[in-house]
Ligand binder design. Structure first.
Ligand SMILES: [Fe+2]
Ligand SMILES: [Fe+2]
Length: 204
C-alpha cells in the first residue's frame, strides 16, 4: 500500500497531522501504534473507494485505538462520571476502548467532530445504523494489511465488493469468535448483528 500522508485542512484537528501522530504514539506501544497507522491507511483507501471524507477517515482510523491501553480503573471512572450505561461495567477493554475510548479522544486530543467520535465509539460493537465513516473504520480495523486470521482474504474481498458486505462479514466473524470462546456478548454487539446479518444471508 502506498502510504498517504495527508495535510489536514478541514479544521477538525486544531493542530497538524504530524502532532496527532505523535500524541497517539505517546499513548500506545509500538505494535498498537503501527496498527493504528495501518488502519488509517486502510480507512483512507476505503474512503476513496466509497466516496467518503478522506480526512475524517484518516483521523478516525488513526485515533480508533487511542484509549486501548488505559487501565480498567480509568475506563470505569469515566463510565461512572459521565453517567454512561452502567451495563458497560460488566464488560472489559474489548468494548470499553471504543465505546468509552471516544471520551479520551475528545478530552485529550481536542477532537470534537461527532461523526469521528461516533466512528471510534462504534468500532468495537458496530451499530444498527452506521454512517459511511462508521463502516470505514469498523472494516479498516478488521482488514488492515497485517491482519492474519482464517477468512481475512474473504473479508477483504467482501469489503472491496461492498463496504456493507464487509460490515456483515465482520459481525458474523465477531459473533462466531465470541461464541466459540464462550465469551459474554455485549448486547449492543448482538443488536448490531441482528440488524445487519439475518436478512442478508446470501451476502457472504
Ligand atoms: Fe479497537
Ligand atoms: Fe484496532
Amino acid at each position: 500500500m502506498t502510504e498517504k500522508t495527508l495535510i489536514y485542512h478541514e479544521g477538525i484537528v486544531p493542530y497538524p497531522r504530524t502532532e496527532l501522530v505523535e500524541r497517539v504514539q505517546m499513548r500506545l506501544d509500538d505494535a498498537r501504534f503501527q496498527h493504528c497507522l495501518r488502519v488509517e491507511q486502510t480507512a483512507i483507501r476505503l474512503a476513496e473507494q466509497n466516496g467518503g471524507d478522506v480526512e475524517k477517515a484518516s483521523i478516525a482510523g488513526m485515533c480508533h485505538d487511542y484509549a486501548k491501553q488505559r487501565t480498567a480503573d480509568e475506563f470505569k471512572a469515566v463510565i461512572l462520571q459521565q453517567h454512561m450505561n452502567p451495563e458497560l461495567l460488566e464488560y472489559g477493554n474489548g468494548i470499553w476502548h471504543g465505546v468509552v475510548g471516544a471520551y479520551f479522544v475528545e478530552k485529550e486530543l481536542d477532537i470534537h467532530d461527532q461523526e469521528i467520535l461516533n466512528a471510534i465509539r462504534r468500532h468495537t460493537i458496530a451499530a444498527p445504523e452506521m454512517t459511511l465513516l462508521d463502516k470505514i473504520v469498523f472494516v479498516a480495523d478488521f482488514i488492515e494489511p497485517k491482519r492474519d486470521f482464517p477468512g481475512v482474504e474473504d473479508a477483504r474481498k467482501a469489503a472491496d465488493r461492498d463496504i456493507d458486505d464487509g460490515v456483515r462479514y465482520e459481525l458474523v466473524h465477531t459473533l462466531e469468535y465470541l461464541i466459540q470462546t464462550h465469551s459474554k456478548v455485549y448486547p449492543g454487539t448482538l443488536t448490531s448483528y441482528n440488524a445487519w446479518v439475518p436478512q442478508k444471508k446470501g451476502a457472504q
